[in-house]
Design a binder for this molecule. Structure first.
Ligand code: OXD
Ligand code: MN
Length: 581
């Protein structure tokens, strides 16, 4: 028996499934899985010509988003989980969560899903094995990862894999736990079928466990999209961007260039996760460890994201969207008006007042279906980054874009990011919280150590990417977004690349370098008088008011906070406060 087979055997002895199926990833297997789920009502087949090969899954209404309060880091020492994670002692996890797996798969099929995160054959890719009693999870993993035979071949008889045990249990939030054991590189998830809680290759492995591996091995696992920008003449740059969940990573990664005709082309490498490594050339190289997209559906339409619309036009698993009586999927933002006779995400006739699709309704689709994929999206060596972008959703405060002064200052900018919460996690929506590097829910160890790791990585790079911060969400006095966003965001990326090349103007501000008004191309956008000024303004009073919140956040880390970051905060504080008197 291989180590993988031994572990699976052990799991089966605990969970006692009726049968065990090793997934091979074939078409035939996928058909069988889907047919079975259609037969028992887990999936609904959608319209054969309007959504060929696509299906709809309706979750339990209490299981529609990540549940951060039920997500734990089970490190031996509480301090290693840090103040931003829920901690559970490994022994307590075994005593409290372990029993929930006993006999949990009785009468069910246990699917064994071997999968690779990262391009096949890449020296950077890693193998995981997810054991699950959910055929929906197995079908999603097939789209999101390189799953089945290729993973089994890559693993061989090695014991180098991340085991993940998942059961939907009874779907009760009372008995729902997502537990990570960073020292053992092990994941347990029970009581949820929602993607972020149940597709263990994604957040659990590729961010939380991979983050701990990366810290130990000298690389980084980040919540970032990766895009390719080709300039007129053919010069190519790669940009990675970290925005919190449901803040437009997929839209930016799949953006259609409004300047395609003059030679600016944008292509997609990844939309959610980036694994970053220093190359021998002193640059930082990025791979997308995923093979598909698990994207937010509402707000996706032909105007906002035509590439996503093409991607999900067939062979897509939709979760919690609305549907017409003849099976055409529908959601807010797909088109202006809703078709008659709509059935809402819970399967009831739509009342026309509530949301037809759940705000966190999702699509799962293979990346190869996306027309904007870069030819290098599966490059085993990854792509070299010219820029890293941090961004939050802030109605006020942060200007449209600014550049950090250097890597160390960039780490400070990432570490102090704030953003309004969204429907991607359960809890209140629209409240500002600190979300460093968009990793608050995904950092599998003490975030103070994580900041130190960022600083250390910077010291290994002789040609580091430049670090920027953006905010597409600033509003005017009327409460509406000032910046048009979507494809027009390319104008901001163009300024960044011009900064990288040393040809764009910027003005020094206490928070970094902000474009001078004429350095940003806003031709034809019809921005009103004062709009550009408002977009680029650094309001010292607002920043001065933010400083105590940043300080309170930093204070939570005690002596695990790198001194470079406290110094950067005091320097910002001096500048905004001094400037006021
Ligand atoms: C996601 C998330 O699903 O960040 O990508 O919640
Ligand atoms: Mn995400």
């Amino acid at each position: 028996m291989t180590p993988a087979e031994r572990w699976v055997d052990e799991v089966a002895r605990t969970t006692r499934p009726e049968r065990v199926v090793w997934c091979d990833g074939s078409e035939e297997e996928s058909r069988r899985l889907v047919d079975g789920m259609v037969a028992d009502g887990t999936l609904l087949r959608l319209h054969p010509t309007a959504a060929p090969g696509s299906t709809l899954h309706r979750s339990h209404p209490s299981d529609v988003a990540r549940t951060e309060h039920l997500t734990f880091i089970a490190s031996r020492d509480k301090r290693d989980a840090g103040p931003t994670n829920n901690w559970m002692a490994p022994s307590e996890a075994r005593a409290r969560v372990g029993p929930l797996f006993e006999g949990v798969m009785k009468g069910r099929t246990m699917y064994v899903v071997p999968y690779v995160m990262g391009p096949l054959g890449s020296p950077f890719s890693r193998v995981g094995i997810e054991v699950t009693d959910s055929p929906y999870v197995a079908a999603n993993m097939r789209l999101m990862t390189r799953m089945g035979e290729p993973a089994r071949r890559q693993l061989g008889a090695s014991e180098s894999f991340v085991p993940g045990l998942h059961s939907t249990g009874d779907l009760s939030p009372e008995r729902r736990y997502i537990v990570h054991f960073p020292e053992e590189r092990l994941i347990w998830s029970v009581g949820s079928g929602y993607g972020g809680n149940a597709l263990l290759g994604k957040k659990c492995f590729a961010l939380r466990i991979a983050g701990a591996l990366a810290r130990d091995e000298g690389w980084m696992a980040e919540h970032m999209l990766i895009l390719e920008l080709e300039l007129p003449g053919g010069e190519i740059h790669y940009i990675a961007a970290a925005f919190p969940s449901a803040c437009g990573k997929t839209n930016l990664a799949m953006m259609v260039s409004p300047f395609e005709r003059v030679g600016y082309k944008v292509r997609t490498v990844g939309d959610d996760i980036a694994w970053l490594r220093p190359g021998t050339d002193g640059r930082l190289w990025a791979v997308n460890p995923e093979a598909g997209f698990f994207g937010v559906v509402p707000g996706t339409g032909p105007d906002t994201n035509p590439n996503a619309m093409a991607t999900i036009s067939h062979d897509t698993i939709f979760t919690n969207v609305a549907v017409t009586s003849d099976g055409i999927p529908w959601w807010e933002g797909k088109e202006k008006s809703a078709p008659p006779g709509l059935i809402d995400w819970q399967g009831k006739p739509w009342d026309g007042r509530s949301k037809a699709a759940h705000p966190n309704a999702r699509f799962t689709a293979a990346a190869r279906q996306c027309p904007s994929m870069s030819a290098r999206w599966e490059d085993p060596q990854g792509v070299p980054l010219s820029a890293i972008v941090f961004g939050g959703r802030r109605a006020r405060l942060a200007p449209l874009v600014f550049e950090s002064r250097d890597w160390e200052h960039g780490v400070f900018v990432g570490a102090t990011m704030g953003s309004e919460t969204t429907a991607a996690a359960t809890g209140q929506v629209g409240v500002v919280r600190r979300d460093p590097m968009a990793m608050l829910p995904f950092c599998g160890y003490n975030m103070g150590d994580y900041f130190a790791h960022w600083l250390k990585m910077g010291r290994t790079l002789s040609r580091p990417p430049r670090i920027f911060h953006v905010n597409w969400f600033r509003t005017g006095h009327d409460g509406r977004f000032i910046w048009p966003g979507f494809g027009e965001n390319l104008r901001v990326l163009m300024w960044m690349i011009d900064r990288v090349k040393g040809v764009a103007a910027g003005a020094d501000a206490p928070i970094g370098v902000v474009p001078t008004p004429d350095a940003l191309n806003v031709d034809g956008l019809g921005l009103g008088r004062g709009d550009l000024e408002r977009l680029l303004t650094v309001d010292r009073d607002e920043w001065a008011a933010e400083v105590p919140e940043m300080r309170a956040f930093f204070d939570r880390f005690g002596d695990r906070l790198p001194p470079e970051l406290s110094r950067a905060l005091e320097s910002l504080s001096r500048q905004v406060v001094t400037a006021r008197v």
